[in-house]
Design a protein around this ligand. Structure first.
Ligand code: GLN
Length: 559
């Protein structure tokens, strides 16, 4: 039977519960345990797929095509475990299934209530992950902050579950803030005491406290927290600010957090092995040999979390090249106002991430044109690839007004058009082309050079695709189709364009998928690794790495 670690947060939000949970995951994995993680989100949306990045940050897409919370990205990056739709559960999804059951008549005769029906459903969702083959420990992170009204059913479900599994099989980790008050020159423990008191009100004890603090605390502060919050002194862990998030697991292990957890869970395991993490991730991140600047041109650049996995994958690409990647975040509308030359001066690479809607598109097109003309490395992701195709159609194929039907339904040249399977789809939630699908990579291309494989799988989240009717014209102008997806026969056969490149450019590669979701610090994604390498070459004034020069044949899909 799996054991459970419940991670809650108190005092304020944004303390980094996701990173803390992921770090615990890595620590336990390093002790030879099979871990998985789950995020419980108390909001009513069934999944975050319909939320704006302003509300929620990035939507992380899993292999099995679930649109999930960005914390699942941390889980995958830190632990290397593959998350599924069951690893993120929202209140909306819980209510949805309870209401479906009610309509079906499953509770016939009864009154359906938060307790026990909603709480039972939550417990079922948590146990479902725990029952997975070989899982030793499930780390369950509860979104929001203790005291939130909407979080109550989740905390009540946890309370019940703890009782059911009994001592030694479940553990509560509570993340709090110990603020430093400058005027008094003191660290204050009262908010932590209040937060633990709040947990106690609903019948939950904190076993381990992770205290976010900007200053290391003295032994007396630790003792005070331990005494007032009723935890063992060694269970009061300082979560100090670190230079790099990948240091967090090392900081925790230096305070023997993993030993303390194992003791609570009555588990004996060999000492941990974090050598690779330390040497290949943390040391490299802290002491890069080179630096390079990459512009990320998007719509939500003010927001730290909107392109989380992109920024992380760029960092991984840097790690693979012993380099730091300085990201210049650029609002595409700024390019529309000031011009690409002024805004992108001095950058060594351009990345256009995924996105939706027409706002800011012209700025992205201008940025791509500049990267093409100045032979600056370019990586386009999903919408970024669609923009590259539009730019090439307009500028190299002279198809004036070329566009995606998403941005201009009446365009004379719909070089990007709705996927066949999307015709007639009107509901917005979970209806895109989602999740991993196979892609054939053509030999002799930059993509093949990066992946070193003829078949890959990548995750998707889109409704539009390259219109194969324009492929001949595009390839004659120098576009190389280096990755394709073979449509099943029942879908009419043919292929979808998945990766494009430019023949006459040092490194211009774009994919219809999201490679950033598969990048890990210990296994940087091949495209990000190759992109950063190309950017370093650009910075050093070197030309193109050797790769493909010719467009492989692509059979046109029936449309
Ligand atoms: N809006 C585009 C589409 O739906 C691109 C989506 C994306 O970048 N994720 O096809």
């Amino acid at each position: 039977m799996a054991k459970y670690i419940f991670v809650t947060g108190g005092v304020v939000s944004s303390l980094g519960k996701g990173i803390a949970s992921a770090s615990i995951g890595l620590l336990l994995k390093s002790r030879g345990l099979k871990v998985t993680l789950q995020k419980l989100d108390p909001y009513i949306n069934v999944d975050p797929g319909t939320m704006s990045p302003y509300q929620h940050g990035e939507v992380y897409v899993t292999e099995d095509g679930a649109e999930t919370d960005l914390d699942l990205g941390h889980y995958e990056r830190f632990t290397g475990q593959t998350m599924t739709k069951d690893n993120n559960v929202t209140a909306g999804r819980i209510y949805y299934s309870v209401i479906e059951k009610e309509r079906r008549g499953d509770y016939l005769g009864g009154t359906v209530q938060v307790v026990p029906h909603i709480t039972d459903e939550i417990k079922r969702a948590v146990k479902k992950v725990g029952e997975r083959e070989g899982v030793d420990v499930v780390i369950v992170e509860v979104g929001g902050t203790v005291g939130d009204i909407e979080g109550l059913p989740f905390l009540e479900a946890i309370r019940q579950l703890r009782n059911e599994v009994g001592r030694g099989n479940a553990l509560n980790v509570h993340l709090t803030l110990v603020p430093y008050i400058r005027a008094a020159d003191e660290l204050k423990t009262k908010p932590t005491q209040h937060s633990v008191g709040k947990l106690r009100e609903i019948g939950l004890a904190a076993d381990i406290l992770l205290c976010r603090t900007e200053k290391p605390f003295t032994e007396s502060v630790r003792q005070k927290i331990a005494q007032f919050c009723n935890v063992a002194p060694e269970a009061v862990i300082q979560a100090l600010d670190v230079k790099d998030v990948y240091e967090v697991p090392l900081m925790f292990s230096a305070q023997h957090l993993d030993d303390t957890i194992l003791r609570f869970l009555e588990l004996r395991r060999p000492a941990h092995d974090l050598a690779a993490w330390r040497a290949q991730v943390v040391e490299r991140a802290l002491h890069p040999k080179r630096r390079v600047t990459v512009a990320v041109v998007g719509k939500y650049i003010q927001l730290q979390d909107a392109y989380k996995s992109i920024y992380e994958a760029l960092r991984h690409g840097g790690l693979a090249n012993d380099a730091a990647v300085d990201v210049k975040r650029v609002d595409s509308e700024q390019i529309e106002k000031e011009g690409a030359a002024a805004v992108l001066d001095g950058v060594h690479g351009l990345l256009i991430p995924g996105g939706f809607g027409h706002r800011g598109i012209e700025g992205k097109l201008e940025a791509i044109r500049r990267a093409r003309e100045t032979r600056t490395p370019f990586l386009g992701i999903c919408l970024g690839m669609q923009c590259a195709v539009i730019e090439i159609a307009r500028d190299l194929c002279k198809l004036s007004g070329a566009n995606s039907t998403e941005f201009d339904p009446k365009t004379p040249h719909p070089v990007i058009a709705l996927l066949e399977e999307q015709q007639g789809v009107t509901a917005k939630g979970g209806t895109m082309r989602l999740g991993a699908s196979a892609c054939q990579v053509a030999k002799g291309t930059h993509a093949h050079h990066a992946y070193q494989r003829a078949e890959i799988a990548e995750r998707h989240r889109h409704r539009y695709e390259v219109n194969n009717r324009y492929l001949d014209r595009l390839t004659r102008a120098g576009l190389v189709v280096s990755g394709t997806y073979a449509l099943p026969r029942k879908a009419g056969g043919g292929t979808l364009v998945e990766i494009i490149e430019l023949s006459d450019h040092p490194w211009f590669v774009a994919g219809q998928f999201h490679p950033e979701f598969r990048s890990r610090p210990l296994e940087p994604h091949p495209l990000f690794r190759a992109f950063v390498e190309a950017c370093l070459n650009k910075a050093a004034g070197k030309g193109a790495p050797k790769a493909a020069r010719r467009s492989p044949r692509v059979r046109s899909a029936k449309r």
